[in-house]
Design a protein around this ligand. Sequence first.
Ligand SMILES: [Zn+2]
Length: 400
Amino acid sequence: MTFERLWSDLAPVGRSTASGGYFRQPFGSAEREAHAWFVEAATARDLRVETDGFGTTLAWWEPEGADGPAVLTGSHLDSVLDGGAFDGPLGVVSGLAAIDLLRARGVVPRRPIAVAAFVEEEGSRFGLACLGSRLATGTTTPEAAAALTDRDGTRLGDVWADVGLDPSAGSPWLARVGAFVELHVEQGRDLVDRDAAVGAASAIWPHGRYRFDVTGEANHAGTTRMEDRVDPMLTFAMTALAANKQARLAGQRATFGRVDVAPNGTNAVPSRVTAWLDARCSTDEGLQTLVAAITEQAAQRAGRDGTTLVVTAESVSPAVTFDADLTARLVTGHDGPDWPVVPTQAGHDAGVLAAAGVPTAMLFVRNPTGVSHAPSEHAGTADCLAGVEALATSLERLAG
Ligand SMILES: [Zn+2]
């Protein structure tokens, strides 16, 4: 009941009436409303609210006598552009609901438990995914993050100041964390195929974001002869096809999902095309090989088109393996079969904390279609409740 109520309270925030998808970009009005909802829900539960210098917010359950390394759960409230309802919020809502469940059962943990709402997990506004956890762990410096700009040219540093954040405060909560368990909707169909409502993650594939800047010469679409053009769109078009082909051949993933064209006029040969490649592979070497192969084909095509190509790696995250002992403690010893342990191709704050040495596990809740980052992303209520139960059990095991 508590899960359903929390879920229905949060559901309208940032939802597009046109598509049914979500637009919760970091520090935008919808995301701030979701953040305020989290603070209110935590306060209503007598949880102590702590916001760090970058905007990540934690709700602390610190019963009398609870001490030692804390157990952290939670996820994020921001979304991709036109994203689904579950990616992120499911983990935050389930964290609060799991605390309600433990309290209803009279459980008093020996260690503090906290629910986190990480800021800017998707990188949908400032381009760098898992920004809150990267800043907390020092993977990204506050100076570098402050200089990031959104599509309107607004600096993140200015946004921090506008909302009253003080980045020099850092993320003092991290030092208290002894273990992290992030619950997340599955972004594939592994659990569907295994007929399991809940599973755990074994590892995250290495992944990266690469900006391809192709420069040509703007000219008239009518009067410029075809053989006289220096058209960066052609270089990009071939590069997109090459990315798809190379990824297919290697059994990996490559996507151009974002393109910026200048001057973006119907009757003009463009002067510049900027496109972002998202690439993911099962190994770090595979990722390097894949991106090198795509870059090589793009460069060859640029040579034929007379265009200039510059490729910049905006972020690269190596493979992450979750804590096998911690995961084993969580997936066994239940009524029924052990929870399956499956890999994922999606990045998460859990991956950043794991890479920084925090003992970390992830729980997945079944997604019937496997669709994610789109309005049709889904998890059934019964599966969500199974997720809350699984998370509560996990927190109880870790916090005593
Ligand atoms: Zn997510």
